[in-house]
Design a protein around this ligand. Sequence first.
Ligand SMILES: Cc1cc2nc3c(=O)[nH]c(=O)nc-3n(C[C@H](O)[C@H](O)[C@H](O)COP(=O)(O)OP(=O)(O)OC[C@H]3O[C@@H](n4cnc5c(N)ncnc54)[C@H](O)[C@@H]3O)c2cc1C
Length: 355
Amino acid sequence: MIVNRCAKPPANVDEYKDLWIWLEQNDGELSHISLEMAGIGRKLADKYKEKLVGILLADESGERMSQEAIEYGVDKVIFVKNPVFRHYRTRPYADTISKLVEERKPNYFIIGATHNGRDLASRIAVRVNTGITADCTEIDIDPTKKLLEARRPAFGGAILANILCSRHRPQMASARPGIFKPVERVIGRSGEVERIDSPLREEDVVTKLLQIVTREEVDITTADVVVCGGMGLGKKEGFKMLEELAAELGGIVAASRPTVDAGWISRDRQVGQTGKTVHPKLYVAVGVSGAIQHIAGMKTSEFVISINKDAAAPIIKYSDIALIGDAYDIVPKLIDSIRKGRQAQREGKTQGQAK
Ligand SMILES: Cc1cc2nc3c(=O)[nH]c(=O)nc-3n(C[C@H](O)[C@H](O)[C@H](O)COP(=O)(O)OP(=O)(O)OC[C@H]3O[C@@H](n4cnc5c(N)ncnc54)[C@H](O)[C@@H]3O)c2cc1C
């Protein structure tokens, strides 16, 4: 356990209440991470009898998003309205939310560790003079001391550190995307919306939004079938046969970190501690050794098939089926047998129809 202390005198715990989450939105739509935060927030709020409050900065589209957040389990939304908030910008967001934190004194504040969330969470923590545990993969509360128990892999994934910030409020953590599940939406669920009109003017914001360039990102986190390539492929071209295999299985291609570092495939496909966390029904690991940092991103897969030359590779013990041999020998045979199986199925059906 790591305990984070600093010189500030301990906060008076009795002045603090509620569990806050940041409702991240993008161009008037709640981001998926907000639903994930509502999911973990609801779980903790129910377990420890806290009120779950969502903080939403948006233009008028915030009315619709507030109701959506309530339907995903939030008890109350504090909706700060201003056209300036349609798109995330560091200063106006960090200033507005920090001011709210100082006025309202939430006990706990959890923010999704997206690009914007990481930027925002650390700035709020500094402004309100508290600590933050970044990129957590597990979050719980010690109800007696009212401390957030924030867990994350540390020292290159060698340990799972339970980090406490024992003297400061709010207790803050950012939470890794793709780990926490949203609760089921309950259409028409009722909750409270507090509306605050922000007096901010566009000319008060020093950063100007000139253009929004969206980068096409592949989302491997929601795929049911993931075919992951590792250094065992030996070359960039090896991913071509994985694309074929993924297409046959209706899945998506992912990769280990060194293959990304080598420039064989784009970073948005990286699985693992410093990549994405996936939860597919089927995970096929081809030429992946199964280092602890890789396992961190795929260990909740329902069924794992590994293809590896080395019967002693660590990935084998995480596999339901291990095919020992050369990927360039096994993968084409797999593709071929899937195609033949499908063909036979089609022919069987046609013969059945003919009868
Ligand atoms: C702080 C930190 C964070 C990290 N984060 C990540 C992360 O997010 N994701 C990640 O993946 N890694 C991460 N790593 C790197 C990690 O430690 C491993 O180095 C990496 O996962 C190994 O990648 P690999 O399995 O592709 O390659 P290797 O470890 O080189 O394994 C290659 C495997 O392929 C097998 N093989 C070789 N040839 C063939 C063949 N022809 N057919 C079949 N099998 C074959 C070998 O037996 C071996 O098991 C991180 C490391 C650190 C220190």
